[in-house]
Every structure is written in structure tokens, then in C-alpha cells.
Design a protein around this ligand. Structure first.
Ligand code: SF4
Length: 214
């Protein structure tokens, strides 16, 4: 059973409630969207076919890592990604999947923390969210809005009001690097009394925009 893999590497998780923790990143190839600010365009096409057993062996090369991040591209485009997630969980490793929100989450194992994007207007893909996914989000999961303009902010706030209010989810507002000033977004969150988490891309603050580590 194989997956097409863009890269496997070990770094610091830069986002979400796991920010700052080391993680083994498995980046799968392929994406069904075309976001304007995509920072991993190479992951949309470049990849090598690997057996899932081989992927597990590569993860095991990092003995201090007990956390795996499955990312992309869009990792759920490859149906075998579910088998990889099951094998990761079966080994007792913590795991999170970063998904663009457009693919149904129904088969993702319960122990996997789902980090789910809701695409905002500046992405050019704001109608991509699979609304049936709302019922598959649990209190362990996180939703992420990438924000690069006031229009994105207003869109995100309205989406929360309509669909995510009174849910136990962590909701991340993530300023797109070098677009929305951090202080402006922080001030808006405070002034509007939003129960959201300011999600800075730690790896870009540490190493700049081109270094891997998300
Ligand atoms: S979903 Fe992610 S990988 Fe796909 S185009 Fe958008 S930012 Fe790039």
C-alpha cells in the first residue's frame, strides 16, 4: 500500500496548540485547491511513491519524536492516508493532520487531532469548505482561518457566529506572513472579544518564510 510523498522531515511545529513542539512532518503530494498565498506549491506535484511501511520506518529514524504531523498539499486526497494515520496511532504516537477543509473528515481516526482550514476570501477558495465536516469536528480538533485582510477577518468572524459558536473547538486566527500586521489582528480580536487563538507562524518568525517547519 503506497502514498505519494513530497517530503518527510523533522522540525518544530510552528502553528496550532502544538506550536513549539518537535514533530516529524510527512508531507503528501497533491492538492485540489489553488490558494493565492500557497507556501508549498511544490507539494502539489512533486512526489515519490513510498510504501506505508517505508514511511513508518522513516518516522522511526527520529527516536525523540513522539509527534507526527501529516500535511500537504491536501493529505486526504490520497485515500491511503487513512491507513497511515491508523498505523501512526497504533504505535502510540501523537498525531495531527493539517487539511484544507474541502475533503470529508469522516474516516479520520478519532485519536488524530484534525487541524481544519476554513479558506478565507483572499485565498480565492472561500467556497471550498465541506460543510458536512462541521459534524466531524470534536473538542480535540482545531479550526484555522488564514487572514490577510479586513475582509478575511470579517468573513471569519461571521463564519464563527454562524457555525462554530458555543463549540469547544480551538479556533485559530493566523495572519498571513507579511500581510496582516500581528498587532492589528491582535487588537481586533481583543476589541471584538473573540474567543479565538492568535496563531503566529512560529517557524517563519524563527527562520524566515522559506525554511521548512510547519
Ligand atoms: S490548500 Fe494548502 S497546499 Fe493546497 S493550494 Fe491551498 S495553501 Fe497550497
Amino acid at each position: 500500500m503506497t502514498l505519494t510523498v513530497n517530503e518527510i522531515f523533522y522540525s518544530i511545529q510552528g502553528e496550532t496548540c502544538s506550536a513549539g513542539l518537535p514533530s516529524v512532518f510527512v508531507r503528501l503530494t497533491g492538492c485540489n485547491l489553488d490558494c493565492s498565498y500557497c507556501d508549498t506549491p511544490c507539494a502539489r506535484e512533486d512526489g515519490t511513491s513510498l510504501e506505508i511501511d517505508s514511511i513508518i520506518q522513516k518516522i522511526e529514524q527520529y527516536p525523540s519524536a513522539d509527534h507526527v504531523t501529516l500535511t500537504g498539499g491536501e493529505p486526504l486526497l490520497q485515500t491511503n492516508a487513512i491507513h497511515l494515520l491508523r498505523q501512526i496511532i497504533d504505535r502510540g504516537w501523537k498525531c495531527q493532520i493539517e487539511t484544507n477543509g474541502s475533503i470529508l473528515l469522516k474516516d479520520v481516526p478519532e485519536k488524530v487531532r484534525k487541524i481544519v482550514d476554513v479558506k478565507t476570501p483572499s485565498s480565492g477558495e472561500s467556497d471550498s469548505f465541506e460543510m458536512r465536516n462541521l459534524k466531524y469536528l470534536t473538542d480535540r480538533d482545531e479550526v484555522k482561518f488564514l487572514i490577510s485582510s479586513i475582509e478575511d477577518y470579517d468573513f471569519s468572524r461571521d463564519f464563527i457566529d454562524k457555525y462554530l459558536a458555543r463549540r469547544g473547538l480551538v479556533i485559530n486566527f493566523s495572519p498571513v506572513y507579511n500581510t496582516m500586521p500581528y498587532a492589528e489582528l491582535a487588537d481586533r480580536i481583543i476589541n471584538d472579544k473573540l474567543a479565538v487563538r492568535l496563531n503566529l507562524q512560529l517557524h517563519k518568525i524563527i527562520w524566515g518564510p522559506d525554511r521548512k517547519g510547519r
